[in-house]
Design a protein around this ligand. Structure first.
Ligand code: SF4
Length: 366
């Protein structure tokens, strides 16, 4: 697709837009994207404006920062208050509000919290500070989990005794199953995440069409990728032929990335996990296997965590399940803005509320 000329891209976009309009057929349909990168790409390319009014695009639980529950934040904050601990984290996590504080507030008050761009950087900090316990906040889906696993293997190899991981890794397919089982999201088709799929391949999504008769397409991130993916979904819906298709086959191999999956399963095993706004989902998270438990922060560094409280009025849970749009939240754009987020969905640039605020504010007249 990168090799197409601008004129070819325009012609293809026109074709998909017209075909989508023909296939839309007047019936109201809800298509859910499950990836923050898609959420932003849809806004940036103005995809909604190209679709017929009866096709609604809603965001699902596709932003890792958004789905991380308060209890995890509160635990990280409690660790950051220990004088012998260095917290290492991706920058997105800093501003996420916990029950009564945030890592940004703790950092401003003197906690040693360092932004890193990979788990390997956290490992380096541990090597350079043998007198400190260095905790890496491992948040993310199948895309980032393999690098956290690799860091643990390297720490084991190097016999590091001061490197720990606080794992909140989540798995996408069990969350989709939970949404469909709950039945209140009324999704007619899924735009599946390209990056996650590049790791796990196609097989983990097979249940969508086989068990729930839901159309699904693994989608790329260019505007044309998204338009073509919507077109593929509408074809499946129109002809009542729900199946799993791979629009992003130039990046997503059918069996995924076997090397990454091997590293992942060497270090982690599936476990039940709590998702913000959705609750506990069976086998939707990753915990460190017994062999590497010396690197598990929760098991090795005792901590007392305050009682978890949810932000009053925040609708993140309903937004993440596609039940409400960010603009349905009474706090959106008023008390809750990117510079002063009340809920996690307003923090990350790929958070649903943040994307709606940044790219949709004019259109939605906030
Ligand atoms: S606008 Fe803010 S308070 Fe409302 S749901 Fe989004 S993050 Fe939560």
């Amino acid at each position: 697709m990168q090799t197409m000329t601008n004129e070819e891209v325009k012609r293809a976009a026109d074709f998909f837009t017209k075909e989508i309009a023909k296939l839309a057929d007047g019936k109201s349909l809800r298509l859910m994207e499950v990836c923050g990168t898609h959420t932003v790409a849809i806004f940036k390319a103005g995809i909604r404006q190209l679709l017929p009014e009866n096709i609604e695009l809603v965001s699902g639980p596709g932003c890792p920062v958004c789905v991380t529950p308060n209890e995890y934040l509160d635990t990280a904050i409690a660790y950051s208050r220990k004088s012998d601990v260095i917290i290492t984290t991706f920058g997105d996590m800093l501003k996420v509000p916990g029950s009564s504080s945030s890592l940004a507030i703790e950092k401003a008050q003197g906690a040693d919290i360092r932004i890193v761009y990979s788990s390997l950087e956290a490992l380096e900090i541990a090597e350079n500070h043998p007198d400190k316990k260095v905790i890496f906040l491992a948040v993310g889906f199948e895309t980032t989990a393999p690098t956290a696993a690799a860091a643990i293997l390297m720490a084991d190899e190097a016999k590091l005794t001061n490197f720990y991981v606080l794992s909140a890794h989540k798995l996408v397919p069990p969350a989709l199953r939970a949404l469909l089982t709950a039945g209140d999201s009324h999704v007619d088709g899924f735009l599946l995440p390209g990056h996650v799929s590049a790791i796990i391949g196609l097989e983990p999504y097979e249940f969508l069409s086989k068990e729930y008769n839901i159309p699904a397409v693994i989608a790329g991130f260019e505007p044309l990728d998204i338009l073509q993916s919507v077109y593929i979904l509408l074809q499946q819906i129109r002809y009542k032929a729900a199946k799993l298709e791979n629009q992003y086959s130039r990046i997503v191999p059918e069996r995924g990335n076997l090397a990454a999956c091997n590293v992942l399963s060497q270090v982690y095993q599936e476990a039940d996990a709590v998702w913000r706004g959705i609750g506990e989902i069976p086998k939707s998270g990753l915990v460190i296997r017994k062999k590497y438990q010396a690197f598990d922060a929760r098991l090795n560094i005792p901590i007392v965590v305050e009682e978890t409280k949810e932000a009053k009025g925040c609708q993140c849970g309903n937004v993440l399940r596609g039940l409400l749009l960010p603009t349905d939240c009474l706090l959106f754009g008023k008390a809750c803005r990117p510079e002063h987020p009340i809920g996690s969905c307003m923090v990350s640039v790929e958070g649903t509320c943040a994307a709606w605020y940044k790219y949709g504010a004019g259109r939605w007249q906030v």
